[in-house]
Design a protein around this ligand. Structure first.
Ligand code: UT7
Length: 336
């Protein structure tokens, strides 16, 4: 057993107050509540208003996570921020959040693993703690998608799917408890599939001189591009495979797990994963109905809601799996 064990000491989450139902999007996006619910399971999502930024959402989630962990911000010694929708291109959101929270001095970095961001971040936090480098790491997943979507009928295949929100966890060190804490991870990426779900601009690969040009904007290259069917098929396959592997590593089976938190991109993806692995539906905590796809925020947001609803309790064995742009995918197993 490692000399130090990492565990989730506190969780917090936040979504902006404005909720938009599918009906609210019907006219602007030439879509329908029926199409969205049947194909995705989404009923509503939260979108920010005004000049709210991604780190503004994160600050609220972090405050709740610190309170839940019964720690002060001074106890935190590292910040890991997972997002694909940062406040600015650089510096990373870890730095902006650190300044807003007045936590200057400690290391802060961003990771860009899209929908798998939280699982990658959890694995990194776990590794830092196991080697004794940090004691209380703030891991955040936060997104504002609404400002980056093509909210015209042309963009409806993507725009209806995404919501804004933030989740945060405090990952802390403790003396190892047998069979406890964060146990195992499985991380993957396949850059050959990058263009199945990507954001072309701004970027250095498109123009000899500029990262952003008027032509790029006219061509709508600032909006995400997705091959929905490819993403769907791969998500089902890779999430199922990865979770199976992570459980096997720890000598556990599906039946040993008390609650599953999957990335929330499509209710049908999660139903299929559950079907393939033989997971009883009541053991999968879905939130897509209320939030849509909130990318890196999804898993901590779901855990916070499950905790509040009494569905997640200390001592439970928790399985997680996610899949997204990159492609990136992975899974984690932990004793909560
Ligand atoms: O976090 C990882 C990121 N994303 C995912 O994991 C998403 C994975 N993919 C999916 O969830 C599904 O592929 C979608 C929900 C995105 C799409 O469902 P689909 O069953 O694959 O639909 P489709 O893209 O094949 O489109 C079917 C039809 C098309 O019309 P025609 O060509 O059959 O006449 C689309 O134009 O649905 C139309 N359509 C819409 N209609 C109303 C596409 N988007 C919409 C919309 N409202 N929002």
């Amino acid at each position: 057993m490692a000399a130090t064990q990492a565990y989730i000491k506190g969780i917090g989450a936040y979504v902006p107050p404005r909720a938009l139902t599918n009906f609210d999007l019907e006219e602007q996006l030439d879509t329908s509540d029926e199409w969205i619910q049947q194909r995705t399971g989404i009923v509503k999502r939260h979108w920010v208003e005004g000049d709210t930024s991604t780190t503004d959402l994160a600050v609220e989630a972090v405050k709740e996570a610190l309170e839940d962990a019964e720690l002060k911000k001074e106890d935190i010694d590292c910040i890991i921020f997972a997002t694909l929708s940062p406040d600015h291109d650089f510096p990373g959101n870890g730095c902006w959040l650190q300044a807003k929270m007045d936590m200057g001095g400690i290391p802060a970095f961003d990771i860009r693993q899209q929908c798998t961001g939280f699982i990658y971040g959890l694995s990194m936090a776990d590794a830092f703690i196991r080697i004794g480098q940090y004691k209380n790491i703030l891991l955040i997943g936060a997104e504002i998608h609404s400002k980056g979507l093509d909210r015209t009928p042309e963009g409806r295949n993507v725009a209806v799917l995404f919501g804004d929100g933030a989740g945060a966890c405090v990952i802390s060190a403790r003396e190892p408890v047998e069979g406890g804490g964060i146990m195992a991870h499985d991380l993957f990426a396949d850059g050959n599939s990058a263009k199945e779900l990507w954001l072309p601009a701004p970027g250095t690969a498109l123009d000899p001189e500029h990262r952003i040009t008027k032509k790029m904007l006219d061509d709508k290259l600032q909006y995400p591009v997705m091959n929905g069917r490819q993403v769907f098929m791969n998500a089902v396959k890779k999430m199922s495979e990865s979770l199976t592997m992570t459980l096997k590593k720890q000598g556990k089976t599906i039946d040993d797990v008390d609650m599953f938190f999957f990335h929330q991109a499509n209710l049908r993806i999660n139903d299929k994963v559950g079907e393939i692995l033989g997971i009883p539906p009541e053991k999968v905590f879905n939130t897509i109905q209320d939030y849509g796809n909130t990318t890196a925020a999804t898993i901590p947001l779901g855990m916070r809601d499950a905790l509040k609803a009494g569905k997640l309790e200390r001592g439970m064995l928790v399985g997680m799996a996610a899949f997204g742009s990159g492609f990136t995918w992975g899974s984690s197993l932990l004793r909560f």
